[in-house]
Design a protein around this ligand. Sequence first.
Ligand SMILES: Nc1ncnc2c1ncn2[C@@H]1O[C@H](COP(=O)(O)OP(=O)(O)O)[C@@H](O)[C@H]1O
Ligand SMILES: [Mg+2]
Length: 320
Amino acid sequence: MSEQDSLVKVENLLVRFPVNDGKRKVYINPVDYVSFHINAGEVLALVGESGSGKSTIGKALLRIIEPASGTIEVGGQDVTHIKRGALKEYRKNVQMVFQDPFGSLNPTRTVEKHVIYPLKKHQTERIDIDQRVDELMQQVGLTPVDETRIKYPHELSGGQRQRVAIARALAANPKFLVADEPISMLDVSIRAGILKLMNQLREDYNLAYLYITHDLASARYFGHRIMVLYGGKIMETASGEELIRHPSHPYTKLLLAATPGSGIRGPLPETSNRAPNLVEGRKGCPFADRCPIVTDICREEAPPVVEVSTGHSAACHHVA
Ligand SMILES: Nc1ncnc2c1ncn2[C@@H]1O[C@H](COP(=O)(O)OP(=O)(O)O)[C@@H](O)[C@H]1O
Ligand SMILES: [Mg+2]
């Protein structure tokens, strides 16, 4: 499938937030001219450390926040600035699963109420709601259904709560899910089960995902392609296997070295651990301050996006 036919196309996405530095109005750009695409049925893993702009990209895609510039196209429709009715319609096709399933569920609502609500909201044709709740709960592994549907969030395990969040997202019949760190608050022992479930749903519904994580290992496990973000900019994009075997960008190498079981030995590259500067108007590469191979040009000029091999690109002055 060519990029042209992609389900999700994001071009030059810019998000600006005003921040108060006491004296004058300053903006930060946590998403700084970011472009990518996702095909139907594909998982694009978005990886980066905390504060790199991952959730902001997810929220812009959901149109929880409105981009300052750039375009977001989903299913051939430009949704960058849609409002009201069109936005409501759009949200049938695109859903989000959040990191904290407890925080995103309503403590006063039973499991079935969480699932019934979007079914009623989004379903235009008349359907047997009760039967659909049953199906969805079976599908996400919330069984035995009769017993589980009348429970409240506090009566469930973390994994079950995330399954409710997934069932609720599915109820809208989406084509595309943004999953923002969906397993990072769960016990290690149940993480793989949730990723397996998400993959099964991908196969069953040809769902596409933007899978947001700070963990390269789970990105490799679930993602077809991996996109590495730092300081609001894409550092490197490649298929999961290619990125792990042949990382090109110094930041990706650093992330790999910090990932247990990645196979990379030796000491971590020496870097300072400063948070990236996101202030609008900054120059050069956002990673320059931490980069082990930094040179003068890196602080002055934004790096070009270099095609390392087919489908593998990196934004670095020093990648051949
Ligand atoms: N509504 C907002 N207003 C101002 N700054 C924000 C807002 N939301 C996020 N930020 C800032 O944008 C940056 C990126 O945040 P975020 O997208 O949550 O990163 P990540 O998900 O990668 O940890 C952070 O510096 C964060 O403080
Ligand atoms: Mg986040």
